[in-house]
Design a protein around this ligand. Structure first.
Ligand code: ADP
Length: 640
C-alpha cells in the first residue's frame, strides 16, 4: 500500500521525442487513478517510468516517501499487467502465477498459499492446471492479474489490460477489476484510451494530450468542469457540440449569437457570472460548448429557444440522438460548424429537413477561448465585472466609497468597468470603513478552496477568502485588493492590475572549492566539494544548500549547468539590498497599504515590493531563493 509523488517528470527519448512533459501529481494510497488520452499522448511512457522500465529524464518519483528514480523495477514493489498478458505458453496457469515468486526464492508452501488465494479471488481455481493456450482472452487476462496479485505489490500498474477483449467481456472485467481494487485495498494506476473505461473506473482521472497533463480530476468534475476544449470534447458521448459565437452584456442580459446562424438569444446574465468579463464585450469570438443532453429537440424543456433543421436521427433504444444544423439554410447536412446533436427520449420520430424549435440549458453552457482553447468560465472564475464611478477623491465600486490610491490613474467624473479576480476580494462579517456591502449567495468547494458567490447591486462577484461560514442572504462586507483590479472603458484597458509574475534570465554554474575541516582529533583536513553559483541578470550569488540540492535532484545535472535558465518570482520574493542585481526604479506604485517599485533590470521590467525607494533610484535587489521557480528555457522544463 503506497502513495506516489510524481514531481515535474519529463521523458525525452534518445531520438528526441518528448513523450512526457512536466508530469506532476500526488497519488494517494488506495486511489484508482486512470491515465487517459489519445494514442501517443504519453500514458504508457509515464506508467513505464513508474514501473522503472523506462528512465526518467528529469524529475523525481517517490513511492511511499522514498525516491525511486535509481531503483531497479524489481525492487520497487510494483506489479504491472499488460494488454498482451505476456504469459508463458508452455507453463500451466499455476506455474505462470508462481513464476515471479519462485524467482524471488520464496518458499514453496508460501507460494502455494498465495497462488491459491489469488486464483480464488479471480475465480480461476479450476484452471490452475491448464495452459494459457486452452483458455479464453478473459481467462488469460485474469491469470495475468493473478500473477500481479501474488506479488502483493504496493502499487498495481495496468496498461490497457482490457483492450484485447470483446465489448461484453470488457464490461465484465471492468467491474471485476474494480472489485479487485476494493478487495486488495491497494493503489491502482490504469492506462486506457477509452473514455468510458476511464469514467466508470477511476476515482481520479488524468487526461493527457501530447505528453502534457490537461486535467486531473474526478469523473464528475471532468464532465461538469472541463478545463479546456480538448477535455470537453474527449469526455462524454456523443462529443460535446461546439459553436463559435459572440456574447454581449447589456445590463442584466447577455445577447448570444452563433456565427453562421440566425440564433439570437437574450439570456439572463446569471448564466455568465463566471465568464471572464472581457468576453462579454461582443467583439471577441467565444467557442461555446453544450452537451447533447443539455439541448433538447423539445422546445419547452429549457427556457431558451432556438431553431434547427433536422438532418437525421438514431434511436438507440435507451434514448435517441437527433442530428441537425443551426444554420437553417444548410440543406446539405455536411460536417458544418453549426451542426448540432441532441438527446431525445427513445421512440422519438423526426422528419429530415423539418425545421423545429429546440431549447438550450444555458446553465450547462461551456465557454472556451478560440486561440488557447482554455475555459474562460472556469470553476474559479478569472474575474468578475462591476462598475466604477470616479468621484472627486474617491471611487465607487460595488457601492463602497474607496479612496483612490496614487498608483491608480483614472479620470475624475468618469465611469469605468472593473475586473476583479476572486483572490482580490476578502469577505468579512463585520462592516468597516471602505468595505463594500454584499449579500452572500452560495459557497462551493473547489479543490480544497472555498469559492463564495456574492451579490452586490447588479454585480455578482466571487471571493476565495471567506473566513467564516455564512447564511444565504446574509449581509457580508468586502475588502478589495486594489492592485489586482483592472479598469477598462469600452473594452479598452485604462489601468492594468499589477503584474505579480516577474522573470529574469540567468545561468547556474558549479564551482569547485576546497574546504578545511577540523576533525575530532584536532587535525585540519582539506575536503573537496562544490557550490552552485547563480548568475541572474549579470549578478552572481552562491545559492543556498537546500536550493542547490533541489536543483541537483531535478534530473540530469549537466544540462542544468549548460542551459540558460529563467527564474520566475513574485514581487514579494525580491527585496532591496546592499548588494545584488542592479536595478533602476522607473516609478513607484503607491496603493496606500502597499508600495511597489517598477524597476528595469537587464532591459526587463519587474515589480518589487518596496517601501523605501524613490523614482530614479539605482538600487540592488536580492532574490529569496526559497520562493523562486527555475525553468530550463532550452528544454522548456520547469525544474523547481
Ligand atoms: P500512449 O501510451 O499514450 O499511446 P506512449 O507513451 O506509448 O503513448 O508514447 C508517447 C510518445 O512517445 C509517442 O509519440 C511515441 O511515438 C513515443 N515513443 C514511445 N516509445 C518510444 C521509444 N522507445 N523511442 C522513441 N519514441 C517513443
Amino acid at each position: 500500500m503506497a502513495g506516489l509523488k510524481l514531481n515535474h517528470i519529463y521523458k525525452v527519448y534518445p531520438n528526441g521525442t518528448k513523450a512526457v512533459s512536466d508530469f506532476t501529481m500526488d497519488i494517494e494510497d488506495k486511489e484508482f487513478i486512470i491515465f487517459v488520452g489519445p494514442s501517443g499522448c504519453g500514458k504508457s511512457t509515464t506508467l513505464r517510468m513508474i514501473a522503472g522500465l523506462e528512465d526518467i529524464t528529469t524529475g523525481e518519483l517517490s513511492i511511499d516517501g522514498t525516491v525511486v528514480n535509481g531503483i531497479d523495477p524489481k525492487d520497487r514493489d510494483i506489479a504491472m499487467v499488460f494488454q498482451n498478458y505476456a504469459l508463458y505458453p508452455h507453463m500451466t496457469v499455476y506455474k505462470n502465477m508462481a513464476f515471479g515468486l519462485k524467482l524471488r526464492k520464496m518458499a514453496k508452501e508460501d507460494i502455494d498459499v498465495r497462488v491459491k488465494e489469488a486464483a480464488e479471488i479471480l475465480g480461476i481455481t479450476e484452471y490452475l492446471e491448464k495452459k494459457p493456450g486452452e483458455m479464453s482472452g478473459g481467462q488469460r487476462q485474469r491469470v495475468a492479474l493473478g500473477r500481479a496479485i501474488v506479488r502483493e505489490p504496493k502499487v498495481f500498474l495496468l496498461d490497457e489490460p482490457l483492450s484485447n477483449l470483446d465489448a461484453k467481456l470488457r464490461t465484465q472485467m471492468r467491474s471485476e477489476i474494480l472489485k479487485l481494487h476494493r478487495k486488495l485495498q491497494t493503489t491502482f494506476i490504469y492506462v486506457t484510451h477509452d473514455q468510458v473505461e476511464a469514467m466508470t473506473m477511476g476515482t481520479r482521472i488524468v487526461v493527457m494530450k501530447d505528453g502534457f497533463i490537461q486535467q486531473i480530476d474526478t469523473p464528475r468534475n471532468l464532465y461538469n468542469y472541463p478545463c479546456n476544449k480538448f477535455v470537453a470534447g474527449f469526455i462524454g458521448t456523443p462529443q460535446m457540440n461546439f459553436w463559435n459565437g459572440k456574447l454581449k452584456k447589456d445590463g442584466g442580459k447577455v445577447k448570444m449569437t452563433i456565427t453562421g446562424t440566425e440564433l439570437n438569444i437574450e439570456a439572463d446574465y446569471s448564466h455568465f457570472t463566471k465568464l471572464n468579463p472581457v468576453y462579454l464585450e461582443g467583439d471577441k469570438t467565444v467557442v461555446m460548448g453544450l452537451r447533447s443532453e443539455h439541448v433538447s429537440p423539445n422546445a419547452s424543456e429549457y427556457p431558451y429557444k432556438a431553431k434547427c433543421r433536422i438532418s437525421h436521427y438514431e434511436d438507440l433504444g435507451t434514448d435517441c440522438l437527433v442530428y441537425g444544423d443551426l444554420d437553417l439554410n444548410n440543406t446539405e447536412f455536411t460536417e458544418s460548424e453549426t451542426k448540432i446533436v441532441m438527446k431525445a427520449p427513445a421512440g422519438s420520430v423526426y422528419e429530415t429537413g423539418d425545421i423545429i424549435e429546440i431549447s438550450l440549458d444555458l446553465d450547462r453552457l461551456h465557454m472556451f477561448d478560440p486561440e488557447t482553447e482554455k475555459t474562460i468560465a472556469g470553476r474559479i472564475p478569472e474575474a468578475s465585472s462591476a462598475e466604477c464611478s470616479v468621484l472627486l477623491k474617491a471611487m465607487k465600486i460595488l457601492g463602497a466609497n474607496i479612496e483612490i490610491p496614487e498608483a491608480i490613474n483614472i479620470e475624475k467624473g468618469k465611469k469605468y468597468d472593473v475586473q476583479i479576480p476572486p483572490d482580490a476580494i476578502t469577505v468579512y462579517k463585520e462592516q468597516k470603513p471602505g468595505l463594500a456591502t454584499a449579500k452572500f449567495i452560495s459557497e462551493e468547494q473547489v479543490n480544497n478552496l472555498r469559492l463564495l458567490k456574492l451579490k452586490t447591486g447588479p454585480a455578482t462577484v466571487y471571493s476565495l477568502y471567506g473566513g467564516e461560514k455564512y447564511e444565504e442572504g446574509q449581509n457580508v462586507y468586502l475588502d478589495l485588493d486594489l492592485k489586482r483590479i483592472t479598469f477598462t472603458e469600452n473594452g479598452q484597458v485604462k489601468h492594468s492590475a499589477l503584474c505579480l509574475d516577474n522573470s529574469l534570465r540567468g545561468t547556474l554554474v558549479k564551482r569547485k572549492m576546497v574546504e578545511e575541516r577540523t576533525k575530532e582529533n584536532g587535525k585540519v583536513v582539506k575536503e573537496k566539494g562544490f557550490v552552485i553559483d547563480a548568475t541572474i541578470a549579470g549578478y552572481t550569488a552562491e545559492v543556498p544548500d537546500e536550493f542547490g540540492l533541489k536543483l541537483l535532484s531535478s534530473g540530469d545535472s549537466r544540462k542544468i549547468f549548460e542551459n540558460e535558465m529563467e527564474f520566475r518570482f513574485s514581487p514579494y520574493a525580491v527585496s532591496v539590498s546592499e548588494t545584488g542585481i542592479s536595478a533602476h526604479v522607473e516609478k513607484i506604485l503607491d496603493y496606500g497599504k502597499e508600495k511597489f517599485a517598477v524597476c528595469t533590470v537587464d532591459g526587463k521590467t519587474i515589480n518589487v515590493s518596496a517601501d523605501n525607494v524613490k523614482e530614479g533610484d539605482d538600487i540592488c535587489l536580492a532574490l529569496d531563493f526559497n520562493k523562486l521557480l527555475v525553468c530550463d528555457t532550452v528544454r522548456d522544463i520547469e525544474l523547481i
